[in-house]
Write a protein that binds this ligand. Structure first.
Ligand code: ADP
Ligand code: ASP
Ligand code: MG
Length: 401
């Protein structure tokens, strides 16, 4: 007998038929003698719809009330799935995040899981019940409901698998695994049999939404092997693990992120300490800066450009506009008509020419690169947003076709 955690995303439970389909998968697993814990997301576009509803009433609603609202989406799907399993004649119980023991930090709408106290889950498993847990939510130390940020149910699943030392953590979604590019955008994308935590973490962080990056980070930390697979077909999925065999590929995937904005601060006096002070202002407000480019000083001034998440753009610009007078810089420019396209692969550490191959693909498609950033296992470029899909396709075909 094994303890298996199965997570189903929003599209897997989008309507009654899909909910019954999931109930079938879960009870099949249970029938084999396993203990089963199921983590579910809100149905279909429910979370987006709830966000829209809130905006109609108050676009500046507090994050506490936003969490109260958004957590309702998962309450609907856990109860419906439990009803479906009851209908099939199996013992089942649904639990909200707090009932399942999810304790989080107090940062509403982007809380982090501090610990899972699985006493209630264990009691239910001891009764041989299938346990259905609401993903994406928890309780902070003030006893207020929190949510984990978009896509957070993946992390809920990995956290339960960690807390209960599960034998397997399966992430069921609407594609058959992790591919070399988004299979909905790139028809020739190839399904990977295995991928390492590090490469998956980069891909997830750089825009491949198939797994939430925090879930991969946690899986790596606690060495929880993940299986990503489809709830709609029986095809074998992708294993995410420490020592993954990568079929002699130079790179493991191409990812696109359009949630980026570029900020440029021009005419900064060319003297030490100003970059530090500028970025310290941003980090004090928890604004993460990504690709940074500094121009060579001219006429005793320089320009610094960098990217931030779009959602932080307005706040970052406001902070910097206040600050340029203090340091005597000229102006703050903002552009969110951009995209970050990246390649990821452990193979590039030992092979020359990977970056140039990527740049060649962009050149062949007449796409201009605005900024570049690299690490041991990734290369990212910033380009015009309108070119992003063409760029992904061109790069993918250069490396894989
Ligand atoms: P869920 O609702 O199950 O959490 P998501 O929509 O969050 O599903 O993630 C699945 C989607 O991720 C797929 O439908 C696919 O379009 C997208 N995706 C992006 N990049 C990749 C990739 N490299 N491999 C697989 N899917 C990807
Ligand atoms: N329902 C949440 C969202 O749409 C959490 C998740 O799907 O993982 O972001
Ligand atoms: Mg998801």
């Amino acid at each position: 007998m094994s303890l298996i955690v199965q997570k189903f995303g929003g599209s897997s439970v989008a309507n009654a038929e899909r909910v019954m389909n999931v109930a079938g998968i879960v009870t099949d697993t249970y029938n084999k003698g396993n203990d089963v814990i199921v983590v579910v997301s809100a149905q279909g576009d429910t979370t987006d719809d709830l966000i829209e509803k809130a905006k109609e009433i108050n676009p500046h609603a507090s994050k506490r009330e936003t969490d109260m609202l958004l957590s309702a989406g998962e309450q609907i799907s856990i109860s419906l799935l439990a009803m479906a399993i009851e209908k099939l004649g199996y013992p089942v119980v649904s639990l909200l995040g707090w009932q399942a023991g999810f304790q989080t930090t107090s940062a509403h709408t982007s809380a982090r899981i501090k610990r899972v106290v699985p006493d209630r889950i264990k009691k239910e498993l001891d009764q041989r019940r299938i346990v259905i847990v609401a993903g994406f939510q928890g309780l902070n130390r003030y006893d207020d409901i929190t949510t984990l940020g978009r896509g957070g149910s993946d992390t809920s699943a990995v956290a339960i698998a960690t807390a209960l030392h599960a034998d397997l953590c399966q992430i069921y979604t609407d594609v058959e695994g992790v591919y070399t590019a988004d299979p909905r955008k790139v028809k020739k994308a190839i399904k990977l049999k295995e991928i390492s935590y590090d490469e998956m973490l980069e891909l997830a962080t750089l825009g491949a939404q198939v797994l939430n990056n925090r879930s991969v980070e946690m899986a790596k930390k606690y060495n929880i092997e993940l299986e990503v697979l489809s709830s709609l077909t029986k095809a074998p999925g992708t294993l995410v693990k420490e020592n993954a065999k990568m079929e002699k590929m130079l790179i493991s995937g191409v990812a696109k992120d359009t949630d980026v904005a570029r900020i440029s601060v021009t005419g900064i006096p060319d003297r030490p300490g100003l970059a530090f002070k500028m970025f310290a202002k941003l980090s004090a407000k928890d604004i993460n800066v990504d690709i940074i480019l500094q121009s060579i000083g001219r006429n005793d001034t320089k320009d610094i450009s960098f990217t931030v998440a779009k959602s932080k753009g307005e706040e970052a610009v406001a902070i910097l506009k206040d600050y340029i007078n203090v340091i005597g810089a000229k102006e703050v420019l903002y552009d969110d008509n951009i995209a970050k396209v990246s390649i990821v692969g452990a193979g590039m550490e030992s092979h020359a020419g990977v970056a140039s191959k990527m740049f060649e693909a962009l050149y062949d498609s007449h796409i201009n690169i605005q900024m570049i950033s690299t690490s041991e296992i990734k290369v990212s470029v910033l380009i015009d947003k309108n070119d992003a899909d063409t760029a992904v396709a061109a790069i993918h075909s250069k490396f894989f076709e």
